[in-house]
Design a binder for this molecule. Structure first.
Ligand SMILES: Nc1ncnc2c1ncn2[C@@H]1O[C@H](COP(=O)(O)OP(=O)(O)OP(=O)(O)O)[C@@H](O)[C@H]1O
Ligand SMILES: [Mg+2]
Length: 253
């Protein structure tokens, strides 16, 4: 049995009277590809935001890679290797695809005002980052648009750019918020095939919010279902798909 890389215990996040996350507990095994589904407004993005440090929980604990990260600031969590992408990609539209990926390289020495003048100190590292950024751009099959402005690529390619950027950050685990939203079926499958390859080749772990169940269910090992801030079901995709409680919330809204 693989160990659990992420453990969430009785997590709560309220907005005034809205119990957006209302006592969620779950475990994600290392190298897992786990889905998070549920109707609109069920608390999925808020759960990600609370795990990743954007919101402080009102109650509960988050343990990542054996470390209690409850209440930590987002950049500290990111540094530990837990990296999220957004429901709407946040790219620098005036930069190219390649530059967007390059900007997330960690600890770039050239950016320090003291070291910037000493070009020879960081030139080697700069080359290494550039090479790595190009590798990730190619890995997600964006090589042909690497030099295009991010404003000129399709929605699906923006999602892939965000994925490449998350990979550049040396993540151990990625929280992906609707990676296939608004993307044509071919590209959507390509995004999920990349995810499967990343698990195989790099041992990464994924927790993925996705409304397109017909695509998601082909790739995940396990699924959690949220409704009104709570986990109402969990299991293998085929179990969840036949669970009457799940069918009910999807049909009943
Ligand atoms: N920053 C906020 N301030 C106040 N209420 C919020 C905030 N963010 C989310 N909510 C509310 O919390 C609830 C859960 O929203 P959330 O965005 O987490 O749902 P979701 O499951 O991601 O939905 P979707 O599938 O539409 O993306 C909703 O009632 C929403 O209106
Ligand atoms: Mg959401």
């Amino acid at each position: 049995m693989p160990r659990d890389i992420l453990v969430v215990e009785d997590l709560h996040k309220y907005f005034g009277g809205i119990r957006a996350v209302d006592g969620v507990s779950l475990r994600i095994p290392e190298r897992g590809i786990v889905g998070l589904i549920g109707p609109n407004g069920s608390g999925k993005s808020t759960l990600f935001n609370t795990i990743a440090g954007r919101y402080k929980p009102d109650r509960g604990r988050v343990i990542f890679d054996g470390v209690d990260i409850t209440g930590w600031k987002p950049h500290r969590i990111y540094k530990l290797g837990l990296v999220r992408t957004f429901q709407n990609p946040r790219l620098w539209l005036s930069l190219t695809v390649f530059e967007n990926v390059l900007t997330s390289g960690r600890d770039q020495r050239g950016e320090s005002p003291l070291r910037a003048p000493l070009h020879r100190l960081w030139a080697g590292q700069e080359m290494e980052y550039a090479r790595k950024a190009l590798d990730w751009v190619r890995f997600v099959q964006l090589g042909r648009v690497a030099a295009s402005l991010s404003s000129d690529i399709s929605g699906g390619q923006m999602k892939l750019t965000e994925l490449a950027r998350a990979l550049m950050s040396r993540a151990k685990m990625l929280l992906l918020d609707e990676p296939a939203a608004g993307v044509n079926p071919t590209l959507a499958h390509q995004i999920f095939q990349n995810i499967a390859r990343l698990r195989e080749e790099y041992g990464l772990t994924f927790f993925i919010i996705e409304h397109r169940l017909e695509i998601l269910f082909d790739y995940v090992d396990y699924v959690y279902v949220m409704h009104r801030g709570r986990v109402i079901a969990e299991g293998k995709p085929e179990e969840v798909a036949e669970n009457p409680v799940v069918i009910d919330v999807y049909l009943g809204g």
